[in-house]
Ligand binder design. Structure first.
Ligand code: ADP
Ligand code: 5GP
Length: 193
């Protein structure tokens, strides 16, 4: 049975594994997906646009959102704070859209506690060396920040067993294909595997 209700997908994986890259590929094929734009206190990387990749906000603005209970979940990561604005998620799901969150594992657990029907997917690197290479190759972080992110990556990899699915990002097209199969299965379009 297929239906038209929106599904909530939680995507996690260590920094630099390729989450944004794979999601971008999926969006080419599935333009109707709603991507949840998180708030963060970290500064924008070159090429990141306010309101598109993140809402870049100050610590004070972040505190105000917490106080007003506007965030579905929130967590710290590598010295910065991140949170998911709640209302756009509810609005999109109610409008029948699939929603993607790109959040870390604490956030995943908190969203699952509130919305157990959410589908969690961990994007894993083919191996540790490849992850290091991709993170450094992106060239967006100082060496100090790269090391912090590699530490956090170890914790994220340890949490991978808690996810409904694991997708290994070998090639972008294969990982995107795997993700789209998971989407189709959640809608009852694809059965088993
Ligand atoms: P994340 O969103 O998980 O932090 P990014 O999407 O920014 O990671 O990807 C990190 C780097 O790795 C980028 O430079 C990206 O072009 C590269 N990358 C992503 N997926 C692949 C892949 N399958 N093969 C090779 N390089 C990749
Ligand atoms: P980055 O700074 O590399 O964009 O993100 C760092 C980490 O924060 C990634 O694991 C990303 O998935 C996570 N993240 C981004 N937005 C949120 C959010 O709103 N909530 C939580 N819990 N994690 C987030």
């Amino acid at each position: 049975m297929t239906d038209t209700k929106g599904r909530l997908f939680i995507l996690s994986g260590p920094s630099g594994v390729g989450k944004s890259t794979v999601l971008k590929e999926v969006f080419k094929h599935r333009p109707n997906i709603f991507f949840s734009v998180s708030v963060t206190t970290r500064g924008p990387r070159p090429g990141e646009e306010n309101g598109v990749h993140y809402h870049f906000i100050s610590d004070e603005e972040y505190d105000a959102l917490l106080e007003e209970d506007m965030l579905l979940e929130h967590a710290g990561y590598s010295g910065n704070r991140y949170g998911t604005p709640a209302q756009p998620i509810y609005d999109s799901l109610n409008a029948g859209k699939d929603v993607f969150l790109d959040i870390e594992s604490v956030g995943m657990r908190n969203v699952k506690a509130k919305m157990p029907e959410a589908i969690s997917v961990f994007i894993a690197p083919p191996d540790w060396e490849t992850l290091e290479k991709r993170l450094r190759g992106r060239g967006t972080e100082s060496e100090e920040k790269v090391l912090l992110r590699l530490q956090a990556a170890k914790r994220e990899l340890d949490a991978s067993g808690a996810y409904d699915y694991i997708v290994v990002n070998n090639t972008v097209s294969d990982a995107a294909e795997d993700l789209m199969k998971i989407m189709d299965r959640s809608h009852g379009i694809l059965k088993g595997e």
